[in-house]
Design a protein around this ligand. Sequence first.
Ligand SMILES: Nc1ncnc2c1ncn2[C@@H]1O[C@H](COP(=O)(O)OP(=O)(O)OP(=O)(O)O)[C@@H](O)[C@H]1O
Ligand SMILES: [Mg+2]
Length: 41
Amino acid sequence: MKIITFSAIKGGVGKTTLTFNYGEWLSSKGYNVLGSVKNLV
Ligand SMILES: Nc1ncnc2c1ncn2[C@@H]1O[C@H](COP(=O)(O)OP(=O)(O)OP(=O)(O)O)[C@@H](O)[C@H]1O
Ligand SMILES: [Mg+2]
């Protein structure tokens, strides 16, 4: 299992959008994808 993280201190820069679309792209390539989005602050 591989864990890929997209993070940035600044808000609203596309973390959630990138996470979703990258996950969809990996899924389209045949990978099984488990996604999670967390805002820590
Ligand atoms: N590559 C992009 N080009 C243009 N707009 C984008 C792009 N990525 C994201 N956006 C837009 O920017 C806005 C913020 O995106 P998103 O919610 O993914 O950011 P975020 O980093 O997850 O924000 P938050 O810190 O609030 O969770 C949304 O309106 C989204 O549609
Ligand atoms: Mg977000």
